[in-house]
Write a protein that binds this ligand. Structure first.
Ligand code: CO
Length: 440
């Protein structure tokens, strides 16, 4: 019994696929098969209480392995499954130095492609392969990317507070520590506000039923007043950033960009959600506030026109979310021609391995803009020896080969990820007064 599937391949009831009218397939892939992937493992760990996903690619060369960041913290175990149950059997025996081929073939290996789960899984493998290449060449990755175009990586940190004075004090602390760029967010009285630390106090409801209340109007009116305060108290030198986090209706974000113009932001982040990118041309026509966008992007169709039409100033993709270093390098190169600068997404739910990848890219990209930074906890530094170092507001790379970062697996196992609840359920539970869901 012979049947034909929708791709024109014959299917025999014995369960064996055969191609119609073609020669039997040969394994054309590994051209120089001096290195082979022997195993791929996913490590889930939470040394700072944040669920991290790290991928380790092993080879047949003694001691030669690579690490990659695959952190999609809200769906950590789903990414682990995509790596362990699908990518690993696809990649065993292949050459980890054929990085582009591994990326391209993995991308289409699910037929249905893209999306945060599959892209993060691919990123874990992709960064690990770059790490292996660096170790094979005995060079830090920034050397393989063309060498340093800067000595160190300028960064920004997050200042937050219950009122303007608290935010001002926090910005001052960062300035005194040497930072030249600070993101500022303030609590809106009566509402939970993105980027602020206030807690709603004891809540008797189960976590999946707790609601965080947010209204766009009071927030959009308060933010320009915050920056008026900060500029008058802190002067013109410090570069200030604000993240809208896609929470307000598009026309209100346009109003905010105009209201913030007198305070000369370094950038306004995520004024619209990815579903509303059609609004960028309207924003551009009305405001000169610099715009950063992209941490939720997974598909080139989301960024190509924004960049080529010069509608944003900083690209902010979450590197593991777009498939790793291979894709991020192409994005950086595309942006270079349109004078769009990089500002890779760098919060606590990027693993230290991912932060190390940022540093190598930032050091070697002429159109680098700024790096969102994080001071690693002692536990993170112990689990990930070789974490990038922050000094006077700059990240510094070590000069070890590859990504220059390692993983203490025994110690990582002593910081298991929490499964009850399996993610922070404030995601999906931010609502307006009338109950309508707000993008978080
Ligand atoms: Co953001």
């Amino acid at each position: 019994m012979v049947d034909t599937d929708s791709f024109g391949r014959q299917y025999r009831s014995a369960g064996v696929w055969q191609h119609v009218g073609t020669q039997p397939r040969t394994t054309a892939s590994p051209k120089d098969s001096d290195v082979k992937i022997t195993d791929i493992q996913t490590i889930l760990t939470a040394p700072a209480g944040i669920r991290l996903v790290v991928v380790k690619v092993m080879t047949d060369q003694p001691g030669l392995h690579g690490l990659g960041c695959a952190t999609y913290t809200q769906r950590a175990r789903t990414v682990a499954s995509a790596v362990d149950e699908y990518l690993k059997p696809f990649l065993i025996g292949k050459n980890p130095l054929e990085i582009e081929d591994i990326w391209q073939s993995s991308f289409v290996s699910s037929y249905w492609r893209n999306g945060p789960v599959l892209n993060n899984a691919m990123s874990g493998v992709d960064m690990a392969c770059w790490d292996i290449l660096g170790k094979t060449a005995d060079l830090p990755l920034y050397r393989l990317f063309g060498g340093k175009v800067r000595t160190a990586v300028d960064t920004y940190r997050h200042a937050t507070g219950e009122n303007f004075k608290e935010v001002e004090d926090r910005v001052r602390e960062f300035m005194e520590a040497g930072y030249r760029h600070v993101r500022a967010q303030v609590a809106v009285p009566g509402y939970t506000t993105y980027g602020t630390n206030e807690s709603a106090g004891e809540d008797p409801l189960p976590e999946n039923q707790r609601v965080e209340l947010f209204e766009p109007g009071p927030y959009a009116r308060l933010v320009p007043c915050l920056f008026d305060h900060l500029r008058s108290q802190l002067g013109d030198e410090v570069e200030l950033i604000h993240d809208v986090h896609e929470r307000v209706p598009p026309i209100l974000a346009i109003q905010m960009a105009k209201d913030l113009e007198p305070y000369r932001l370094f950038f306004l982040e995520d004024p619209f959600s990815p579903e509303d990118i059609g609004y960028f041309q309207h924003l551009r026509a009305q405001s000169s506030t610099p715009i950063a966008m992209g941490e939720l992007f997974n598909n080139p169709n989301e960024w190509v026109s924004l960049v080529s039409e010069r509608l944003i100033d900083f690209i902010r993709v979450h590197i593991s979310q777009v498939g790793g270093l291979t894709m991020a390098r192409k994005i950086a190169a595309l942006c270079e021609f349109f004078r769009v600068r990089t500002a890779w997404h760098g919060p606590g739910d990027v693993s230290p391995v991912g932060h190390a990848a940022h540093v190598h890219l930032d050091l070697s990209s002429p159109n680098f803009g700024i790096q969102e930074a994080r001071e690693f906890t002692q536990a993170e530094q112990d689990v990930f020896p070789g974490c990038p170092e922050l000094k006077e507001g700059y990240y510094w790379a070590n000069d070890k080969p590859g990504l220059g970062i390692d993983l203490d697996e025994d110690l990582a196992a002593s910081f298991p990820i929490e499964d009850d609840p399996p993610f922070d359920m404030f995601w999906g539970n931010v609502r307006q007064r009338d109950g309508n869901i707000v993008k978080p």
